[in-house]
Design a protein around this ligand. Structure first.
Ligand SMILES: [Zn+2]
Ligand SMILES: [Zn+2]
Length: 259
């Protein structure tokens, strides 16, 4: 097995599909002045050695790159094709222009087909000048490597839609699960950090709630767990954090970890 490399993780966004605050919502969480209660759409940035990639590129991708002063990325791993996870793909263009390179995009074939539909101009036979330049790499549930970093896809269900999470060394990231089969849970053993979705306290058909996410944490026993893809209905960051076990954390935008 390859020696373990240090990994830096930055939470670019920890909000559910509408973000927090939600447009036109007057609830107390959406009105909160605490920066920890402001959540852009869900994404993380991972750096291993000199390789930087993001998992998902939602509609807030541009703001996230600006906020965190990101000057280069190499690749994007996509969990699935919903807009809150892909709609920022056009904003890879500054990296294309400034670094004179394509961005590697890893996704399942169904997700690639959706991207080709959503961003048809990118894939047109006659290329419009200035379009985003992506190298598309189809992936499956099989482990693959990127610049010699092994990446293991984790199959999860997002209601009835099969989507992917990813394990990289002792980190796993699962953004939109409502079910994980026992054989996939085995891939989550011996983690230093599990990042997993927890939408709110009340049950939801396509996302784990706090109780579901805590049950997964209890089962696979990571050293630390971070909840993400959070709704305004979750409540105030600081109040919810106090109700969680000491090794379980609500993630927040801008949080960084080194493992
Ligand atoms: Zn989502
Ligand atoms: Zn609200």
């Amino acid at each position: 097995m390859a020696p373990k490399q240090h990994m830096h993780i930055r939470f670019l966004g920890t909000g559910t599909s509408q973000g927090v605050p939600v447009i036109a919502c007057n609830c107390a969480v959406c009105q909160s002045q605490n920066p920890l209660d402001k959540r852009l759409r869900c994404s993380i940035l991972i750096t291993v050695r000199d390789t930087t990639f993001v998992i998902d590129a939602g509609p807030d991708f541009r703001q996230q790159m600006l906020r965190e002063n990101i000057t280069d990325i190499d690749a994007i791993l996509l969990t699935h094709e919903h807009k809150d996870h892909i709609a920022g793909l056009d904003d890879i263009r500054p990296f294309n222009f400034l670094k004179q390179k394509a961005i590697d995009v890893f996704a399942e074939q169904r997700v690639i087909d959706a991207i080709k539909q959503e961003f048809s101009y990118v894939f047109a036979k006659e290329k419009y000048p200035g379009i985003p330049i992506m190298n598309i790499h189809p992936i499956s549930e099989t482990q693959f490597s990127y610049k010699s970093i092994p990446i293991s896809p984790i199959r999860v269900l997002h209601w009835n839609l099969p989507i992917l999470g990813f394990r990289i060394q002792s980190l796993a990231y699962i953004s939109d699960a409502s079910y994980i089969a026992p054989k996939e849970l085995q891939k989550l053993e011996n983690l230093d950090v599990l990042i997993i979705n927890a939408l709110r306290f009340k049950k939801h058909y396509s996302h784990f709630n706090v109780e579901d996410a805590l049950a997964i944490v209890e089962q696979v026993k990571p050293k630390q767990a971070y909840f993400t893809h959070i709704s305004h209905l979750m409540g105030f960051h600081e109040q919810v954090q106090q109700q969680l076990p000491t090794h379980v954390h609500l993630a927040y935008d801008g949080l960084t970890l080194t493992i």
